[in-house]
Write a protein that binds this ligand. Structure first.
Ligand code: HEM
Ligand code: HEM
Length: 210
């Protein structure tokens, strides 16, 4: 393992072969994908026990079977999600990847790239750079993930973490924040997976690194 001039942690052979995504990114990305699926599925079952809105999620697509089972899944996978997410954010900042790949996001570029995307003219030839829409969505989902973890922690330990619960305005508002962050992550997820399969070489790069 060496640190190259761009600050990416990557094994020398992978770098020599021109890897697009370093190993740490691929590992944390796929662990995150598994953790998020478990958190959404179990979260929907928790929601069904006491719905915030006049609808419930179909039992077939929830995880845990009933409230207590779902809570067990939710509180088990939350460690996977939070620890893995922390590793990703620390390495993303520490290696300079966020600065190089996700920043800056300029409004003009987002508008221009959205227009191109809607016309199906956005180029995905160079997988080493993200377009402005991707940058915005990746940063957005990272922020939504931080919000969902903090609001989740506020509901998990509202007494010990009273200051965190207070930050959200109390337990009940934290539930709504948690729910809407989930909705944002689900929206991102659907679009993100569709794009991954529309541009299969990007999916290959997220698996093999190249
Ligand atoms: C550290 C991370 C997390 C913690 C500590 C946490 C904790 C909790 C707690 C305590 C509840 C029960 C709230 C209640 O019904 O009163 C809950 C509900 C829920 N969680 Fe999480 N959660 C976390 C992450 C996530 C993630 C990543 C997702 C999905 C992307 C998610 C989705 C949901 C959903 C949909 C509900 C049901 C909403 C409701 O009716 O309140 N959670 N979570
Ligand atoms: C089965 C599910 C998933 C698939 C197939 C998938 C696929 C991919 C692919 C192919 C890329 C590279 C995009 C490119 O090079 O143009 C990527 C990057 C990314 N994905 Fe996913 N993904 C999945 C789930 C998720 C989930 C659940 C999240 C977050 C909630 C997520 C967050 C991200 C982020 C933030 C990046 C950018 C990473 C970086 O460069 O630092 N993905 N994903």
């Amino acid at each position: 393992m060496t640190v190259d001039v761009t600050g990416d942690l990557m094994p020398a052979p992978a770098r020599a072969a021109g890897a697009i995504h370093p190993l740490w990114l691929r590992v944390t990305h796929w662990i995150n994908a598994v953790a998020v699926v478990i958190m959404i599925g179990s979260g929907w079952e928790i929601y069904n026990a006491s719905p915030l809105f006049p609808f419930t999620f179909p039992r077939d697509i929830t995880i845990g079977g009933w409230l207590a089972g779902a809570l067990l899944w939710h509180f088990a996978a939350m460690w996977l999600l939070a620890v893995n997410g922390l590793v990703y954010v620390v390495l993303g900042i520490g290696t300079g990847r966020f600065r190089r790949k996700l920043l800056p996001v300029r409004a003009g570029e987002v508008v221009a790239d959205t227009r191109l995307a809607l016309r199906g003219e956005l180029s995905y030839d160079d997988l080493t750079v993200y377009n402005a829409v991707q940058k915005l969505f990746y940063l957005g989902v990272i922020v939504a993930s931080i919000v969902i973890v903090l609001s989740g922690l506020a509901m998990w330990k509202p007494v010990q973490l009273w200051w965190l619960a207070a930050l959200f305005g109390g337990y009940e508002p934290a539930r709504y924040v948690h729910f809407f962050a989930m909705a944002a992550i689900v929206g991102f997820f659907v679009l993100h997976v569709v794009m991954a399969f529309l541009v299969p070489k990007s999916l290959r790069a997220m698996i093999t690194g190249r």
